[in-house]
Design a protein around this ligand. Sequence first.
Ligand SMILES: [Zn+2]
Length: 260
Amino acid sequence: MSEKFVTRGIVLRETQTKESDKILTILTAERGRIAVIARGARRKNSRIAAASELLAYSELVLYERGNWMMLDEASTLELWKSVRGDVELLSLGSYFAEMAEAVTGEGESADAILALLLNSLYALDKLDKPQELVKAAFELRLLSLAGYEPLVSDCAVCGAEAPESPLLDVNEGVVVCAACAGAATGNMLRLDPGALAAMRHVVRSEPKRMLSFLLSGDTLARFSDACEAFALAQLDRSFRTLDFYKSLRSRGAFPGKSCE
Ligand SMILES: [Zn+2]
């Protein structure tokens, strides 16, 4: 057995393996994304069971064996009880985890992305912030941290700082005014001044202040649609967890939803 080391990390994915083990994909600050074998994590009374759940944030004692990292001990720091108790919030949290996995590499330091993930889950779990707002801010900030920061300061064509009827070109990651967009046929989403201001804030703010704004109505809808479309276009893929989250949301929009 190699020397043990201690790190803090959040479970992005759990895969059940033979017998009672799990393979965990964990995001840590210092070592980025790591794959860890949690032996016996599915066994009743396992001391590492709680820390081996999706989204569990824990202090972990690990050691290396061959090419693998093994989980030796864990003490949970945050299990996000409210998120875990709500199927919609849990599916949104799972989407955050899948996205974080998609933009991080094994062994690359990921402290800013880890902090973003923890702050976003905290906002859902403890602050009761609107889901659309937290989701959109997470998508935009994550993409910015991963190197896809959009140019939202002024119109990419004429340079206007306050573009009239601004549009986001989700493929190019730039903002243009309606007049400059002209006959452009790219994937353009209509913003409004409030949605554009929110995008600027999310890209530039101090990490702790990222969610210190409120939007509602059409402005929130535009901000939310733009951030999601931008993230999916830039990463050029879909997310199974996002599809599931959206299927729950659309079901909830109908009056037949159970209310217990
Ligand atoms: Zn312009």
